[in-house]
Design a protein around this ligand. Structure first.
Ligand code: IMP
Ligand code: MG
Length: 185
């Protein structure tokens, strides 16, 4: 694998994002909605840097079956625990690729009538997109590579890496071989 963003680069940027978000949400108590599972590292670091009172909830959706390209459909796997009607909501995403997940989420969450809805993503891929995406805060724009680490996975592997790396063919082969050996094609 090839390291794209070091731990230090990520943490510095997360601190910057937290400062910006803190200013914009001053005096409010936003609900941070972490999109499981990729955003957990980002969310945990952002929360610790954020200087405004906030709550946390989680939602889980799936657009990638287990591979590296979007399946084109989005399914809800786990809904929020709490009602967000009238609340200031901040969606916390790991990465935006096609924008499909985010546009599904935005529509879904807006139908619950929050007072406001904003989106922060750690990463956004610079790819041509069919749909317009609306992101209020973005950590890094990256080239169109499949990346792993800092919460991001390939078939549930590599989330634990403290940095973000570009996945290479040998990383993929290693995981695929292990899955095959375990009888999980
Ligand atoms: P989108 O719906 O195409 O924007 O895909 C967004 C979701 O797919 C993200 O929230 C990630 O969970 C996953 N994803 C997209 N690109 C990558 C990647 O490079 N590595 C790991 N997961 C990714
Ligand atoms: Mg995701």
């Amino acid at each position: 694998m090839r390291v794209l963003l070091t731990e230090e680069q990520i943490h510095q940027r997360v601190r910057g994002l937290a400062r910006e978000i803190g200013r914009d949400f001053l005096g409010k108590t936003p609900v941070l909605i972490g999109i499981l599972k990729g955003s957990i590292y980002f969310l945990a670091d952002l929360m610790r840097e954020l200087d405004v009172d906030h709550e946390v909830d989680f939602i889980s959706i799936s657009s990638y079956a287990s591979g590296i390209s979007s399946s084109g459909t989005v399914r809800m796997l786990k809904d929020l625990d709490h009602d967000i009607t009238g609340r200031d909501v901040l969606v916390v995403e790991d990465i935006i690729d096609s924008g499909l997940s985010l546009s599904y989420l935005r529509k879904n969450l807006l139908s619950r009538n929050p007072r406001s809805l904003a989106v922060v993503t750690l990463l956004a891929k610079e790819v041509p997109r069919e749909r317009q995406i609306y992101v209020d805060y973005c950590g890094f724009e990256i080239d169109d590579h499949f990346v792993i680490g800092y919460g991001l996975d390939y078939a549930e592997h590599f989330r634990e890496l403290p940095y973000v790396a570009v996945m290479e063919e040998e990383d993929r082969r290693r995981v695929d071989d292990r899955r095959l050996a375990l009888g999980r094609p």
